[in-house]
Ligand binder design. Structure first.
Ligand code: AMO
Length: 436
């Protein structure tokens, strides 16, 4: 299978006017075969698209014989001449002069890649390797790739340093529940819920601006279209700023992601049939109090101090279009590390970023004062002693700082208007799914 140097290897999408009359080499999968006797048409699919192979009996009697016997989804290598053919997908066809089956696919297929037969999401996820061969599904992950690249580019340009923090940890960060315990030699350990404590410690280490893109683990019992048990979180932490400062970073990041996708992913957006609109800045800021009023006026029940239910968020999103922040949450319902307002300690310097009724991110200015932090940990019913490694960083010169965590899977879901977060994840983990 060594590359044939005299013939250029091309992706289907690269075939153009300049190739007409020339030989090209293609690798891919047999998407479909249509046999008309004297001529057989096959569609060859690679990761960039689909092209028609037109096999004429008179031109290549041996190849047409082998092509007819080839099962769908077999992997093939083809060398052939490019011809213009307005009726073929993409406007070109290949007349094969060399045809090799590199690996024959079994039959029947557990999932119809050509999408003639619709399949439930569960069936698709069970046969994910085949589901991912569908151009529409692969397009999601091409857009996701662009999103992650834009995040890295943007944050690096803004002076953030990418870090990796441990995922096997000794403490909870987001409230003590929803932890996955694991056995770690003779000790009990947990899968981390958030890089929260580590990114704050890194502020004490003087790194000033850090980001991490990594897994978070949440033992959520309920199956919803927005929750996973393993998610990817994009986290930042920044010193010498407050919640408003990091909200400005977040909204500019979201806009940049949309701009890059609009510019670089037109083909994949087309495959998906999705139009995206670049959001305008700044995003509206709605206070928690205002949001509660809006929700009440819409006839939904909510008492001050409660989190918003799904119907409440639906009601809220009917009033505010697109992206918006809910700011200044009751201190009580936010984690211990959120900074209360000095003059109004029942309210905190916190925010959630919403896209319609979907929470994309949450963040805060942090408590950087040792005594207050110890008090707040204890108030939440946790033992400050088990936070020693974290608290120590606050004793010897911790700068004021703020940060946020943005759900990567939810961001993809929202950009591409996917119905279920599982669509945005290659191998999702939920209450019932541990394979593939
Ligand atoms: P929070 O718990 O709100 O905040 O999480 C931040 C963002 O991560 C995403 N997310 C999830 N996505 C899918 N499934 C889940 N089970 C799940 N849980 C969370 C959401 C959410 O907005 N330490 C803070 C962040 C900070 O203040 O810096 C935190 O973890 O999009």
């Amino acid at each position: 299978m060594s590359d044939d140097l005299e013939v250029a290897r091309k992706y289907t999408s690269e075939i153009g006017e300049e190739d007409v009359g020339k030989q090209v080499l293609l690798y891919g999968w047999i998407h479909e075969i249509r046999d008309l006797g004297g001529v057989a048409f096959a569609l060859l699919r690679d990761r960039e698209g689909i092209i028609q192979l037109t096999c004429i009996k008179k031109r290549s009697p041996d190849i047409i014989k082998r092509l007819r016997k080839t099962r769908r989804e077999s992997v093939v290598k083809v060398i052939g001449e490019v011809k213009k053919e307005p009726k073929a997908p993409g406007g070109y066809e290949i007349l094969p002069d060399y045809f090799e089956v590199l690996n024959e696919a079994d039959a029947p297929l557990p999932l119809d890649v050509a999408e003639k037969v619709p399949a439930e999401l569960d069936t698709r996820l069970d046969a994910r390797f085949l589901d991912l061969r569908r151009p529409r599904v692969q397009a999601i992950f091409r857009v996701r790739h662009q999103m992650l690249q834009s995040v890295r580019d943007f944050l690096s340009e803004e002076g953030f340093i990418e870090v990796n923090t441990p995922k096997i940890v000794s403490t909870a960060t987001e409230g003590g529940t929803e932890l996955f315990p694991i056995s770690y030699f003779e000790k009990e350990a947990f899968l981390n819920q958030s890089p929260q404590l580590y990114k704050q410690v890194l502020m004490g280490a003087g790194l000033e601006k850090v980001f991490e893109i990594g897994p978070i683990f949440r033992a959520e019992e309920h199956n919803t279209i927005r929750h996973l048990n393993e998610a990817i979180s994009i986290d930042i932490e920044q010193s010498f700023t407050d919640h408003e400062g990091v909200m400005r970073v977040l909204e500019r990041l979201i806009r940049r992601v949309y701009e890059d996708i609009a510019e670089n992913c037109t083909k994949y957006l087309e495959w998906l049939g999705v139009n995206i609109e670049i959001p305008e800045l700044p995003f509206p800021r709605v206070t928690y109090d205002e949001a509660v009023e809006i929700v009440k006026n819409k006839g939904e029940e909510i008492a001050w101090g409660e989190d918003f239910s799904t119907p409440a968020l639906k009601a809220l999103s009917e009033n505010i279009e697109g992206h918006y922040y809910i700011v200044d949450w009751p201190t009580e319902i936010k984690p211990f590390y959120a900074m209360p307002y000095e003059d109004q300690p029942e309210i905190s310097k916190t925010f959630d970023l919403m896209a319609g009724s979907l929470e994309l991110a949450s963040g805060a200015q942090r408590v950087h004062l040792y005594d207050l932090l110890v008090k707040k940990i204890a108030e939440k019913g946790m033992n400050p002693e088990s936070f020693e490694f974290y608290l120590n960083a606050f004793r010897y010169g911790m700068p004021p700082h703020a940060g946020w965590g943005l759900g990567a899977d939810r961001l993809v879901m929202s950009i591409l208007k996917l119905r279920n977060i599982r669509e945005a994840v290659i191998f999702p983990r939920d209450r019932t799914r541990l394979t593939p």
